[in-house]
Design a binder for this molecule. Structure first.
Ligand code: V47
Length: 383
């Protein structure tokens, strides 16, 4: 074993917390295989040979966005009304959710741009319509960035708690982890100026946890950030989760999802973006640094399914999802219909040597007969 990894291996065996310096070593050592093996050790301690997946549908309700983040190829400027700008009606969203429920999905994952004209009622109406028409679906919706935008358009910029409570009453079940990007002011000002900073992102999640809403967290890597920035991001997430656990909140972070920057058609298209081994290294580092996060997810839409399959041996225990129509990134210029069938996903997991377990949003095992499914109410979420 590479000597610089020996002390990290000792800490992992003793279940001791890794330091910032350890994080940097994980991201720089040439011995990526040992990094993977250590992450696998931690992953198996928590989850054995189980690998989770969920049957969901992503709905991106609008691409109109007041921001113009350089890494994003999805947004359309509201003033220019550029070609391809769209916003779905509440009826259209409810129709897509109803169809997802009929096809057996357990979750809808809804995110979109910061639309300057849609009123707050659009969002609560959307949640109520889904609740009404597809009551079995868990609604995971709106990144922290959207929540801050919603608080502004509701003319309650300082009342995140009130806004999240209204959304929860309308049917919101949990918050996704998007919009975190990289928690660093230099990177923020250069690549996604105008977006909320890390303190606000973390505050939204803190309030959500206090209200009993589970959340997830992302990190977008492989663009203009440094390796130190990545480690710093991990440490802030770890600290936020410590606080949620210590405060005894009903909820906290469930999962971290490291997202590889995909340069195609963005303003940062000249950058190469990360390659496969870098992706595996990041997933493994997330598992090792975020010792208080139960789950590490590979989002196959960005990683590709073959890489997600390999990632199961690098600390990943969760593969998202049976996604249909994902608009935010398109690997290799594919169209927006990005779907992996359940059989294909289970086969990929088995081929990697793991046992596929369908989960709901709260990581409770799902029993399924075709499109019909149940979770045992008393089943505790997988820790
Ligand atoms: O916030 C945007 C990222 C995120 C690009 O919570 C890009 O379970 C790569 O957050 N290259 C949205 N990434 C996706 C997301 C997510 C996905 C799956 C599961 C969960 C979850 C969350 O996508 C954005 C941004 O960070 N993104 N543009 C790009 N060019």
């Amino acid at each position: 074993m590479n000597p610089e990894l020996e002390s990290i291996a000792g800490k992992v065996a003793a279940q001791e917390r890794l330091s910032a310096q350890d994080g940097l070593t994980l991201l720089t050592t040439p011995d990526i295989w040992t990094v993977g093996r250590l992450a696998d050790q931690v992953r198996r301690r928590r989850h054995g040979d189980r690998a989770y997946y969920n049957i969901n549908r992503h709905i991106n309700y609008t691409n109109v966005c007041a921001l113009s983040c350089k890494f994003c190829s999805f947004y359309r400027n509201p003033r220019k009304r550029a070609t391809g700008a769209y916003e779905y009606s509440v009826e259209e969203i409810a129709r897509q959710a109803t169809q997802a429920q009929a096809n057996g999905a357990t979750e809808v994952h809804i995110v979109g741009g910061l639309h300057p004209q849609l009123p707050f009622a659009y969002y609560t109406d959307m949640l109520r319509a889904i609740r009404q028409e597809a009551p079995k679906l868990h609604i995971k919706a709106f990144t922290a960035v959207e929540i801050v935008h919603l608080a502004r358009i509701a003319h309650r910029p300082n009342d995140l708690e009130g806004v999240l409570t209204d959304l929860k009453e309308a049917g919101l079940g949990s918050l996704p982890g998007g919009g975190a990007e990289v928690f660093d002011d230099r990177v923020h000002d250069e690549a996604f100026k105008g977006k909320i900073r890390s303190d606000k992102w973390l505050e939204v999640h803190r309030v959500a946890h206090r209200l009993g809403l589970m959340t997830t967290a992302t990190i977008l890597y492989g663009h203009i950030e440094s390796l130190d920035d990545r480690v710093h991001h991990f440490l802030l997430l770890r600290q936020a989760q410590d606080e949620a656990l210590q405060a005894g909140h009903a909820a906290g972070f469930q999962t971290v999802i490291p997202l590889p920057f995909i340069p195609d058609a963005s303003e940062l298209e000249h950058l190469p973006g990360p390659c496969g081994l870098e992706d595996l290294r990041m997933l493994a580092a997330a598992r090792l640094m975020l010792d208080n996060f139960p789950h590490v997810k590979s989002f196959w839409v960005m990683h590709t399914l073959p890489l997600s399959q390999l990632a199961l041996n690098f600390g990943v225990d969760d593969v998202d999802g049976t996604v249909v129509w994902y608009d935010i990134t398109k690997v290799g210029g594919s169209d927006t219909h990005q779907e992996v069938g359940v059989r294909e996903l289970r086969r990929a997991i088995r081929e990697a040597g793991f046992v596929p377990v369908e989960r709901d949003t709260l990581y409770r095992p799902v029993s399924r007969q075709g499109a019909e499914w149940t979770v045992a109410a008393e089943t505790a979420p997988v820790a």
